[in-house]
Design a binder for this molecule. Structure first.
Ligand SMILES: C[S@@+](CC[C@H](N)C(=O)[O-])C[C@H]1O[C@@H](n2cnc3c(N)ncnc32)[C@H](O)[C@@H]1O
Length: 287
């Protein structure tokens, strides 16, 4: 069998003649640093290439339908297209004219489709189902994280790669008590217990009040498991404050169908208006 030339799939093209990066990137807040053309990188602080390695994004995505939730500048969406994905949907809250997404799309002549929307309203009727979903840097920004994970399950027919802030012993206790949490013995005690820590305003980040909850590694795993995924922890960095996971869609546990007030087959589903997702979950479970 001929060997796949991985580099030719994932390599950026040469910049077009007369291309001026200063002009092309001006006036946008670039969060991501992504190689648009060979040697031409968007001036963000967060390396797309590095995170692709950490989440083990396959080099060859030929034929796969991909959803990038929280796409922002679009670096991961365009990277998936470059790696051969059959179709990529970038899904995010922002206006793509403001985030530079549309600018990159035009530069690349890309076919990536941008859908402006919230993870809470994802549905197969709206966007279809996906072989691969990217969920990078979003989970801890959510006020309703478990609802988001249920919604992701509704549109997943394959795997979800997750990157998120994860709770460490440094974040465990508030105020003057935080050094107590940093004691290594305490961290070990909590490792086997799923915890979601709520953050108040600027508590997690001095210049960013958009953070709501920090899950520890066990909480990420068990939260995705309750929604119908089998989950693997791929690794952590920044002293455990960031982590990557791979979740594979499996039949939805019976606890989600009945036996709890939040079970999606109950009256609660009608009251919250998420019964369409519920029907979809049943179908996949074969019941
Ligand atoms: C820190 S940025 C991460 C951007 C990108 N995924 C990355 O890793 O570079 C957070 C992203 O989460 C998105 N986000 C936050 N809440 C969301 C929601 N309810 N639905 C969809 N996206 C959301 C924002 O729109 C923003 O694009």
């Amino acid at each position: 069998m001929p060997r796949l030339d991985e580099r030719s799939i994932a390599s950026p093209r040469e910049p077009p003649a007369g291309f001026d990066p200063k002009e092309a990137f001006a006036g946008v807040h670039w969060h991501q640093s992504w190689e648009v053309f060979r040697g031409v990188v968007t001036p963000g602080l967060n390396s797309v290439q590095q995170l692709c390695g950490r989440v083990r994004l396959p080099v060859d995505l030929t034929g796969r339908r991909v959803l990038d939730i929280g796409a922002w500048n679009g670096g991961y969406s365009f990277e998936c297209e470059r790696r051969g994905a059959a179709e990529v949907v970038a899904y995010s809250l922002e206006n793509p004219d403001v985030t530079g997404f549309n600018r990159l799309k035009a530069l690349l002549g890309s076919r990536v489709r941008y859908v402006q929307g919230s993870v809470y309203t994802l549905s197969p009727e709206q966007v279809g189902e996906f072989d691969l979903i990217l969920f990078f840097g979003v989970l801890y920004h959510l006020r309703y994280p478990l609802l988001a994970i249920d919604r992701i399950r509704c549109v997943s027919r394959g795997e979800v790669l997750i990157e998120t802030h994860t709770l460490t012993s440094r974040h465990l206790l508030r105020g003057l008590f935080w050094p107590l949490g940093a004691l290594s013995g305490l961290a070990a005690i909590f490792r086997g217990t799923p915890l979601w820590r709520q953050y108040k305003e600027y508590e997690l980040h001095a210049e960013d009040q958009s953070n709501w909850f920090g899950p520890n590694i066990k909480a990420v795993i068990e939260s995705f498991e309750t929604a119908g995924f089998s989950v693997q922890h791929l690794g952590s960095w920044d002293w455990g404050a960031r982590s990557a996971f791979r979740a594979v869609a499996v039949p939805v546990p019976s606890r989600m169908r009945d036996g709890t007030y939040e079970g999606l087959s109950t009256l609660n589903a009608q009251l919250t208006g998420i019964q369409r997702a519920d029907a979809d979950l049943f179908r996949r479970d074969g019941t």
